[in-house]
Design a binder for this molecule. Structure first.
Ligand SMILES: Cc1ncc(COP(=O)(O)O)c(C=O)c1O
Length: 371
């Protein structure tokens, strides 16, 4: 298996501001996919009311947050492990589960491979097919699990990003359950990254997967709850597996304000409903506008971003560079294994901001056509 190239993430607005010598507020970041409605107003109130806690260590057990998450999902708080973003939990997975060789479905989020590499493990890739619009190849995975191990595949776990980044694809919760059953029979681990599943709750395997003994489900407070700067994510697993994850985490890794904000965000069901409604409408509108750009194709999505392919003759790096000079950051996916070099990922932001992006894209692409 060839070593995977390290991929940059989206969201480095600080680096862009330094490079462009601009104020952060002048840059529009479409490279990180964060709820454009921002955090719930309850978050601001809770942070203001808790300022006095800054002179204390955070609760190392994240007690209140775990209770709230347990009530939300109707599971036992002992089945929840909170991390400094789900990235921290991805980082400890290889050590906690004893993973040496993980199967990933490319193109996907780069941190699974990076975490395996940091832990001295390896990654085997299965590629989803562009001609199926990168649909998660669930039947192929199930077949591979049934036969692969006896054919010398020798993996000890699989990770499924669901919905997947950068493709936006998801399968049904029943399909994931079918895969989980086969994976269990083979004695393998299954990690399901649901960082974006708040945008398609009907496809989530929570809460039922909480009792599957070989499964870890990852969730993030970064995307839907719009708290990327506070770094809060969590894992759901059986009590035993949750204990294994918890033992790998350093103490106090979730800040006071991270815990306070996540708790407040979770309690605001009205903001969550409004966010979902907004995304459903704006995503549909934007899809039409992207599809109308000359020579571009846009893939269907279950998340708050689109994978778009530029017209033939364009390279994603070139276009992202030109947009960057205009203060618009989009994710260049040309280096993501499995994506072609014309692929970019675009977050859905507010209607005005999205229109600005469409205008900029349209100018660049038309200009090229006219030349
Ligand atoms: C699919 C996926 N999972 C997990 C993460 C990590 O998110 P966080 O550490 O902010 O929870 C990201 C971040 O981009 C992601 O795209």
């Amino acid at each position: 298996m060839p070593r995977l190239k390290a991929c940059l993430h989206g969201g480095d607005i600080y680096g862009a501001a330094r490079e462009l010598n601009r104020d952060l507020a002048e840059i529009l970041d479409f490279s990180a996919s964060i709820n454009p409605l921002g955090p719930s107003s309850q978050v601001w109130k809770a942070i203001m009311a808790s300022r006095y806690l800054l002179s204390h260590y955070p609760d190392p057990h994240c007690w209140d947050l775990r209770q709230a998450l347990a009530t939300f999902w109707r599971i036992d708080p002992e089945q929840i492990v909170v991390g400094n973003g789900s990235t921290e939990l991805i980082d400890v997975l290889p050590r906690a589960l004893g993973l040496h060789r993980l199967l990933v479905v490319q193109p996907t989020f780069s941190e699974y491979a990076a975490a395996m590499e940091r832990a001295g493990g390896q990654v085997t890739a299965l590629y989803s097919d562009r001609k199926d619009q990168y649909a998660i190849p669930i039947d192929r995975l199930c077949r591979l699990m049934k036969t692969g191990q006896s054919d010398g595949l020798s993996i000890d776990g699989i990770v499924i990003c669901h919905p997947n980044s950068p493709t936006g694809q998801a399968c049904s919760a029943d399909d994931i359950a079918r895969l989980a059953t086969i994976v269990r029979r083979q004695g393998l681990w299954l990690v399901i990254d649901e960082a974006f599943a708040d945008y398609c709750p009907e496809r989530s395997v929570l809460p039922q997967a909480a009792s599957w003994p070989h499964v870890v489900v990852l969730r993030s407070m970064t995307k839907f709850y719009a708290l990327p700067g506070l770094r809060v994510g969590y894992a759901v697993a059986t009590r035993t597996v949750a204990g294994r994850l918890r033992r790998q985490l350093p103490p106090w890794s979730i800040s006071v304000m991270g815990q306070i904000a996540a708790l407040a965000a979770l309690s605001d069901a009205a903001h969550a409903r409004k966010s979902l409604r907004f995304m459903t409408g704006e995503r549909e509108r934007l899809k039409g506008l992207f599809a109308a750009l000359p020579g571009c194709s846009v893939l269907p999505t279950y998340a708050n971003y689109f994978l778009m392919e530029l017209p033939r003759g364009w390279h994603a790096r070139e276009l992202t560079g030109q947009l960057r000079n205009e203060g618009l950051l989009v994710r260049d996916c040309s280096s993501v294994p499995g994506c072609n070099t014309r692929s970019i990922r675009l977050a859905v932001r507010s209607p005005q901001e999205n229109d600005r992006l469409i205008q900029a894209l349209s100018n660049l692409l038309h200009h090229e056509v006219l030349q």
